[in-house]
Write a protein that binds this ligand. Sequence first.
Ligand code: AMP
Length: 548
Amino acid sequence: MKGLMQDVPLTLQMLLERAERIYADKHIATKTAQGVRRRSYGEVVGRVARLANVLRDLGIGRGDRVATFAWNSDRHLELYLAAPCMGAVLHTLNPRLHPDQVRWIADHAEDRVVFYDASLEPALAAVGDFKTVRHLVRMNDLDDDSTAALDAAADYETLLEEADGAYPWPRLAEGDAAAMCYTSGTTGHPKGVVYSHRSSVLHAMASLFSDSLGIRERDVCLPIVPQFHANAWGTPYASLMTGANLAMPGRFMADPPSVAALTAAEKVTVSAAVPTVWFGVLQAIRSGQIDAASLQSLERIVCGGSAVPEALMRGYDELGIRIVHAWGMTETSPLGTVATVKSTIAEADVLRTRLTQGLPAPSLTLRLETERGDVAPWDGETMGELQITGPWIADAYYDPDAPDLRGGLDRFTEDEQGRRWLKTGDVAVIDSHGYVKLVDRTKDLVKSGGEWISTLELENLLLAHPKITEAAVIAVPHQKWDERPLACVVRADDGLDRDEVLSYLGEHVAKWQIPDDVVFVDEVPKTSVGKFDKKVLRDRYADYELPT
Ligand code: AMP
């Protein structure tokens, strides 16, 4: 027997309608050079209709990719709504990547238009020619009277002013693509994750549960995690859905005094960012650069992207601000697990529990696969690769050359019931309560301040150097950045020194991706099958003091 309930497609248009009807008087505030720009959601919805007309006039149709190259702002939020709601696909490009990587990603996604912040114009200019991009639109976040330096770039506000204020939103299917985001691949090129309307709506709903991020109407949410990182962890959509005010840091994203000033001015109650950001804010408080009182309204901080260290959690506990530790991936939209504390956890275990990556969000299912291919018991001891399934978990990566565009299938597996599991590349234990604790990573990557650095890419570059015979790059623990890369190099020529290696790499990768140091070794340790054994190197250099 079939249920007799309405089959309403879950699309982001619901958020637009709700913001207009119910939360028109709530607002989004964006930090600018002049102060704070506030726009009501009612005003935003009107601008979103104009923006949809602009997109249509630029020739954007159903399924076309609309790229952004921008910081967190009200305009970026308008793009978050206009592109998916008109049936196009939002594609957030990461301006921190090397220009060659940005170009590769935009070409792969076949972006048609790029909306960029004026402060990022030099970075965009460095990217050079895109294959499929037909238009550039400049959003003047410098808030001055400067004009575009890039040829033929249109001005965002001028286009909006000239556009019609009404847009006939089309009927969309919930399975339609809404947004794309690329993540660093462990092997080969970055991988494109394609979110659907349905996955985005369900993910936003799940962020509202009080036992997950608990975002509610009374909150003022400050996403410091960039909108180009898994949609700022879904916080903009979640805030709109529940009518929470938003505060956006604009181009002042990782600057502790700006974060503190915006928090105080907007009475921010919940914020989200990687540990490196919170570490910086704590340091700034301790050094007297900012006053702890400016964070008085802040009730909780959603923190993930890398593990929250105990000292960080204790530091904020002392300030009366609760860190909510969460784990996720671009592929998981990203909300995967949240470390809320069950009522059955003994008082003595509360801190330890909050430091785990947490419990799976409702409707997600986890399992651990051991090296032998068995499913590991949840005993808090048996390690295995974390696998995850659920309605906002990727089912494949985007591959324009593959049948049905579904690629990267080796990262997924199917069980006897036909359920698809994402192999996360994270190694974990799960205790009998269901709390996940990450213990290792099979992905050969370095995560520095929330951004990935591909060791494989660095190694390939090193091995192409005529004076190098072997090279392995490993992650070394770092207090501020969580991890930093260290290059272990076997040289063919004794004349090769550290500076030559690093300046050579600097010609090919972004500055922050260059290893902090180089150690010259006699040989790179090998496994029994002759592969580089980085575990041996990681153990050897676990306490390595990187130059400051
Ligand atoms: P990304 O796709 O860039 O968001 O990176 C996802 C990866 O970041 C995960 O697979 C983990 O390796 C790591 N990660 C995310 N959250 C945490 C966390 N809370 N603790 C430890 N590692 C994390």
